[in-house]
Design a protein around this ligand. Sequence first.
Ligand code: GRF
Length: 193
Amino acid sequence: MNKLKLVILISGRGSNMLAILEACNKPEFPAEIVAVISNNPGAAGLEKAQENGIAIAAINHRDFDSRDDFDSALHDKIRSFHPDLICLAGFMRILGAEFVHKWENKIINIHPSLLPDYKGTNTHERVIADGITESGCSVHYVTPELDSGDIIVQKTVSVLPQDTPDTLAARILEVEHLAYPEAIVKIAEKQAE
Ligand code: GRF
């Protein structure tokens, strides 16, 4: 099987990255991780990736004067791994339009809401404040407009009356870990058609 080569971009703990890694460890899974890159050199997920024998790199956005310069360094680093797909998994930097165009239809992201509702940050706080009874996660293609590209997989969870942003985030995280591998399988199947 010709596996999809994934570069995963993270900024923090990397639980979605680990869920993808676990899926990749199954022989029948149609993808493999070629590198994990973070804008945050202290990201806990980087260490976990390294422990699992995956190539890692840190490109600290603070070392660059502009977003364009950061994007360009990130682009070069990613290109050196020749990925088929870039997976944003808790990557907390907005990528500029030029970067996104260079990787058209090759960048996907996971967002903790049922898009197109609740784009942006603080989704759980806003869902709870609005009294919505269902939330979830969306894996979607990345376009220059934030959280707006085509949706690949969504999963729904109930919002309970006693939920806090933390309890809701934890319930959604569980389905994120299923949704991301599913989205990768869908993309691999589409490419094999
Ligand atoms: C996830 O909830 C993801 O949806 C959001 O940031 C969080 C990242 O978690 N964009 P992790 O680093 O994958 O554990």
